[in-house]
Design a protein around this ligand. Structure first.
Ligand code: MG
Length: 388
């Protein structure tokens, strides 16, 4: 059985994001929509994934999903119901056996919820993720906010997405709904019900909530943070010796000095140690394994390239940098006067707030190679948080 997914992201509600539609707000280093789309694109039982977008968002959309294997997006309509119908129509050539329809504003949809909807579709033409009501329901009086009645909650559920259907049946149901005069349906299960399809309720998930308000966005950020429970500390150590030159590169800054540093790239020993700390936290090798020293193209490279590479690996793992700490060991140049400029440069490079960046210098009391002024050593640690 082939399964397509249709992600609905055509809404332009800007209540939350200013000029940005809410599905493109940042959550954990990427757009909210990227999480929703990835959940389906990375699910092994789901085939092609198509996103329905607003024509106004095309550029933002392409940036948000770069790297994901998706069908070309389609442009939605004025209302959700029309957007879904246009999305379904666009899948006609592929003719999947079934389709999962999901709101982009539910970024925490789990593989388990998708599995349960798919399992229910083995038995019938429709299934929706939903949560049974736990709160007691009250109906207010028409005139004031006083209780007119308590509503029996037995048998009541809150419908979520994904909502899955036999493709041909839901397409026909949407076509019929588009012809009918009544008000728009607020979900696809309602469209299916109106067409007489049986729709099963399967267990959704409280975390699979829809982000609508500023409070929802706050809750999403807290939830995302709480899921980065795999905390790791990586360490890096590097040494470069002095040679001819009139400056040294340290933390991306060129500091005037009577000698330069010798080594790969611009010989920024601090950024090299930091790169190794980041890669070590991920247990993904070291700077030399990704940028072989023999290769000429790294000879005069900006060492920021190596840091950005490690940060991209961290982002690819869905992780976040929590803290970095660099200890620069040398007699000269003096580090203390440069400390704030270094932290500012690192903040920019790592896209991390300065309060999470420590830089300090120390001498080795005249002892050893750093004491004799033969070179500079840097020790770095990086604390990262990964999902899991
Ligand atoms: Mg080095």
């Amino acid at each position: 059985m082939s399964t397509a997914a249709l992600i609905v992201a055509a809404g332009r509600g800007q209540r939350l994001g200013g000029s940005l539609a809410k599905q493109y707000l940042e959550l954990g280093g990427c757009a909210l929509l990227t999480h929703s789309v990835s959940a389906f694109a990375n699910h092994e039982a789901v085939g092609p994934v198509r996103v329905v977008i607003s024509a106004d968002d095309e550029q933002t959309y392409r940036a948000a999903v770069s790297g994901l294997e998706l069908l070309e997006p389609v442009i939605g309509g004025a209302e959700r119901q029309e957007s879904v119908r246009l999305g379904l129509e666009s899948l006609e050539g592929l003719a999947p056996d079934r389709v999962l329809i999901h709101d982009a504003a539910r970024p925490f949809v789990s593989a388990g919820v998708i599995d349960r909807v798919l399992a229910a579709l083995e038995q019938g033409p429709g299934a929706v993720a939903a949560v049974a009501l736990a709160d007691t329901l009250k109906r207010q009086t028409a005139a004031s906010r006083t209780i007119a009645a308590t509503v029996d909650r037995a048998g009541l559920w809150r419908a979520q997405t994904p909502q899955g259907f036999a493709y041909a049946e839901i397409l026909a149901a949407h076509r019929a709904a588009a012809q009918s005069a009544g008000p728009d349906f607020t979900d696809d299960a309602a469209v299916a019900e109106a067409a007489g399809l049986t729709v099963e309720l399967v267990a959704g998930d409280e975390d699979n909530f829809k982000i609508t308000t500023t409070d929802d966005m706050e809750r999403a950020r807290r939830l995302f943070d709480s899921r980065l429970g795999d905390v790791r500390v990586g360490s890096g150590f590097d040494v470069h010796r002095f040679g001819p030159g009139d400056h040294v590169m340290l933390c991306g800054l060129a500091l005037p000095h009577e000698r330069g540093l010798v080594g790969l790239s611009d010989a920024d020993v601090a950024l090299h140690a930091l790169t190794d700390a980041l890669l070590s936290a991920l247990a993904e090798g070291d700077i030399g394994s990704h940028f072989p020293p023999g290769e000429e193209r790294w000879q005069d490279a900006d060492s920021a390239t190596f840091v950005r590479f490690a940060m991209a690996r961290l982002a690819a793992r869905g992780g976040r940098l929590a803290h970095v700490d660099l200890t620069i060991v040398c007699q000269q140049p003096k580090i203390a006067p440069q400390r704030e400029a270094m932290r500012a440069r690192l903040a920019e490079l790592l896209e991390l707030e300065p309060g999470r960046i420590a830089v300090k210098g120390t001498t080795s009391e005249g002892l050893g190679f750093t004491g004799r002024g033969e070179g500079i050593a840097v020790q770095a640690t990086a604390t990262v948080r990964l999902p899991g």
